[in-house]
Design a protein around this ligand. Structure first.
Ligand code: PLP
Length: 406
């Protein structure tokens, strides 16, 4: 760890960076993987932005360095990269011919499993991305109620309904009212304003930390009172906080739930699941994608569901996360007391009062052999074994020392 980047490696990184910026606007197709999102102002000519491969909790960069990864593909991977059991199942599904003009049996099998583990799930529709799943949930809520207004709290992907900005018509969001997380008064006001026009409320039940039971009960009560649909977006939280998501922990059960990320340990699969009386609107509302039920991702999800059934994956993630939190706190406390760890152990955040220092630490950490996520969660994975966590501690300690000295 900590070996300096050679001139040759720097030339390799620069060549790839130039090629990326020529053909991929912003340098990356995923927002959080753009160089500026990864490293902020502190990016240098040797900060790694592209990988050759990922295995266990490690990633090999374009210039051949091996980093211990705490981003875990933005939470999409909870076991580890290239998990052997998942890989074998995916290879088998690929060899079997993963798509045809008929739906695969695997779609039924994985849907049945989901109805057993997610409290609100009586029926399931599969899609590929989280943004698609949340857009589908909104469409179902509107189709079910025959109303338009949505109250929303959280991040739901890049689609028009939730992400105003360049290229999005104003009309796409006139009926969407964003409210702050965990703020019961703001919620009450938005509900009062929407009144009988309220189709649904969609919330992330965890943003930095689990929402208060009071807030979650309030969203449930408002929906019950107005006949609106309550949606939990559990794309980050299901199969991580609990296999059934935060709803299985807090006891507030929504009508619909969106799933994704750790559901298929890095393969592209999302789902909208929920009560049959609401899900049945999917017969009328058009929700469809050509490759929604292709089998490689469903095969990965079946392995994920089987492992959760066999072992307490989420308990193990919490234990790994607790050790990670300890290691990072110990590494940072002596030299970077302004930086601290917050949130639940399965998905920790590295928080700083001073963002310049945070960016500098993230860059120094890559030079010491650890990929941290700037401005978002550090995700624990089963692959973060004790040896990896010890390496994280010493690398982040060395990085903090360098930042202090600079
Ligand atoms: C809570 C939540 N919902 C939706 C999304 C969008 O998912 P995707 O990026 O797969 O479209 C994300 C992605 O980070 C998310 O965290």
């Amino acid at each position: 760890m900590g070996s300096p980047v050679t001139e040759r490696a720097e030339a390799t990184l620069n060549a790839w960076a130039q090629r990326a910026s020529r053909v991929v606007p912003g340098g990356a197709s995923t927002g959080s993987k753009r160089p500026d999102a990864l490293f902020g102002e502190a990016a240098t000519s040797t900060t790694p932005t592209h990988m050759r491969r990922a295995f266990g909790c490690r990633v090999e960069t374009a210039d051949g360095r091996i980093l211990i990864d705490l981003t875990m593909a933005l939470g999409a991977v909870a076991f580890g990269y290239a998990d052997p059991e998942v890989t074998e199942a995916v290879q088998e599904a690929a060899a079997a011919g993963p798509v045809s003009g008929l739906s695969p049996l695997l779609e039924i099998e994985v849907a049945e499993r989901l109805t057993e583990v997610v409290p609100c799930a009586e029926q399931v529709r599969f899609l590929k991305t989280g943004a698609e799943a949340t857009a589908a949930a909104i469409r179902l809520a509107r189709a079910h109620t025959g109303r338009d207004v949505i109250i929303a709290s959280g991040y739901f992907g890049w689609h028009d309904w939730s992400n105003p900005g360049p290229g999005v018509p104003h009309s796409a969001s006139v009926d969407v009212r964003m409210v702050p997380f965990n703020d019961t008064q703001a919620l009450d006001e938005a509900v009062r304003e929407a009144g009988e026009q309220l189709a649904g409320i969609i919330v992330e039940p965890l943003v930095h930390d689990v929402a208060s039971t009071e807030w979650l009960r309030a969203v449930r009560a408002h929906c019950d009172e107005l006949g609106a649909v309550l949606i939990f977006d559990e794309i980050k939280t299901a199969f991580r906080m609990h296999q059934g998501g935060v709803q299985a922990l807090c006891g507030v059960i929504p009508d619909l739930t969106t799933l994704g990320k750790a559901l298929a340990n890095g393969y592209p699969l999302s789902a909208v699941v929920g009560r049959a009386r609401v899900m049945s609107s999917a017969r009328r509302a058009w929700i469809s994608s050509t490759l929604a039920s292709e089998m490689t991702a469903l095969a990965a999800a079946r392995v994920v569901l089987e492992r959760h059934a066999r072992t307490d994956v989420c308990g193990a993630l919490a234990r790994v996360g607790t050790k990670l939190q300890r290691a990072l706190t110990k590494a940072l406390a002596p030299h970077a007391p302004d930086l601290r760890m917050e949130g639940p152990p399965q998905m920790l955040r590295l928080v700083a009062d001073n963002s310049v220092m945070l960016d500098a630490l993230v860059v120094a950490a890559t030079e010491e052999g650890v990929l941290l996520k700037r401005g978002a969660y550090q995700f624990a994975a089963l692959a973060h074994d004790d040896a990896a966590l010890a390496s994280v501690e010493s690398a982040v300690h060395a990085a903090a020392l360098r930042v202090r000295a600079s």
